[in-house]
Write a protein that binds this ligand. Structure first.
Ligand code: URA
Length: 437
């Protein structure tokens, strides 16, 4: 098979056959298809798209480039039967749900082998956030991951080299060739890794809005449908939630600051982060039959948070991954951004907030950049909240020089309206297996 023939076919809008896609992925992993040929393929798919059959085939081929995580029978008949579940978010500003969700589900008799990523660009990565905790490790061999899962019911770690290696290569390429925002490529990338984790159920949090990479409800819906369809066809029952990403999720944006907010939620704090975490977890509890209906699922989850059980499990997982939590993580010095006049919060420029965190050193401009875990931003309200003149709307954690440099940009990153503003709904839509209620 000639790779240039396949590239021309996709370039001209043709449909690739199963053997063609399998050949391409296989040859790419062997090194017989070059990075520049694969870049051309990614761009052709980003422009021309793929039909659902091609997308499913690409997903399976990328899954097949690696191995499945094993599900060892632990000898303990009670533990051996724990369903395996996971949540994946398409990424958003201040999205720290994974840090809370994994230990919370683990104390609800589910196993959560969470393979997570690093941040590149303005949305942070779960692994970077967790590395704010001294000693926390994210790279393990498969047998070590098995042991952590057996002990804690959850881990949050990076993909081993055996988990969908084709995706690891292709994702790095997409990042630098402007081909991330493609529904078939995102579908295959996410699901190849989730299928490799050998799960019983998956919930996808598809972010809609300016702080995510699906900016409009139409694009987010297209991605959600693709994930639900391809996941289901590959034997992984998948639901997708469309959730608001036109404002930060919760108050904290950064690394250590997001761990601190996650700990607050694990200790019972209320707000958008807790609400969304409970909704996504409740979906999984009902689908795995741990709870009979959403109402009872929500009350089990609230109890596990309020009793401190989920927090204890988080601490256990942190220790199992080499870290130690000794109270609130230290942050850089504080610099408030005040409301220039009184009014209702009506708009956030999420891109500006995300970019500011990157510029402060809290994110990466390019692969390999070092992260400053102590910088970040606390946003003190959500859209619709009222602020008095001179009340802090945000607090920056950074050096005095950085505060001088970025205060103006951040003061321009929100608007206050004299008219009252409706709060935005957190959840816009749920797709997939029929609503359990
Ligand atoms: N997250 C992934 O894992 N892959 C993508 O392509 C996009 C987001």
């Amino acid at each position: 098979m000639l790779v240039t023939t396949l590239l021309r076919k996709k370039r001209d809008g043709g449909t690739l056959q199963q053997d063609e896609i399998e050949y391409l992925i296989d040859a790419y992993c062997r090194g017989d298809v070059t990075e520049y040929q694969m870049s051309a393929f990614a761009m052709a798919v980003a422009i021309r798209g793929m039909d659902p059959v091609e997308t499913a085939t690409l997903t399976r081929a990328m899954l097949g480039s690696g191995k499945l995580l094993q599900r060892p029978d632990r000898g303990d008949p009670l533990k051996a039967e724990r369903p395996r579940v996971d949540k994946h978010s398409t990424g958003g500003l201040g999205d720290k749900v994974s840090l809370i969700l994994a230990p919370l589900l683990a104390v609800c008799d589910l196993d959560v082998p969470m393979i997570s990523g690093r941040g590149l660009g303005s949305t942070g990565g779960t692994l970077d956030k967790l590395e704010s905790i001294a000693g926390f490790q994210t790279q393990f061999e498969a047998d070590q991951l098995d042991r952590i899962l057996a002990d804690c019911g959850a881990f949050i770690a990076s993909a081993t080299e055996h988990i969908a290696p084709a995706d690891q290569k292709l994702y790095a390429l997409r990042d630098v060739t402007g081909t991330v925002e493609s529904v078939p490529l995102i579908t295959a990338s996410i699901l190849s890794k989730k299928l490799a984790a050998n799960l019983d159920a998956l919930v996808m949090d598809v972010k809609v809005g300016h702080a995510g990479f699906m900016k409009t409800p139409e694009r987010a819906l297209e991605l959600a449908k693709s994930l639900v369809r391809v996941g289901g066809e590959a034997g992984l029952p998948t639901t997708a939630w469309l959730t608001d990403m036109d404002q930060p999720l919760g108050e904290a944006v950064g690394n250590a600051i997001e761990v601190n907010e996650s700990v607050e939620v694990l200790q019972g704090a209320s707000g958008a982060v807790r609400d969304l975490t409970i909704e996504l977890c409740a979906d999984l509890l009902v689908r795995t039959k741990v709870a009979n209906d959403l109402e009872s699922a929500r009350s089990i989850l609230a109890q596990r948070l309020d009793s401190g059980l989920a927090m204890e499990r988080f601490e256990r997982m942190v220790v199992a991954q080499g870290g130690k939590l000794t109270g609130t993580l230290p942050l850089a010095a504080t610099h408030p951004i005040l409301a220039p006049q009184q009014g209702y919060l009506s708009h956030f420029d999420c891109a500006a907030i995300g970019d500011a965190v990157v510029c402060l050193g809290g994110g990466r401009r390019k692969v390999g950049d070092r992260i400053d875990h102590q910088v970040g931003i606390r946003v003190h309200g959500r859209i619709g909240d009222f602020f008095e003149k001179s009340q802090p709307v945000m607090t920056l954690h950074c050096s005095a020089t950085q505060a001088e440099q970025y205060s103006k940009l951040l003061a321009d990153s929100f608007s206050l309206s004299s008219q009252s503003v409706e709060p935005r709904p957190l959840v816009l839509e749920r797709l997939g297996i029929p609503d359990p209620e």
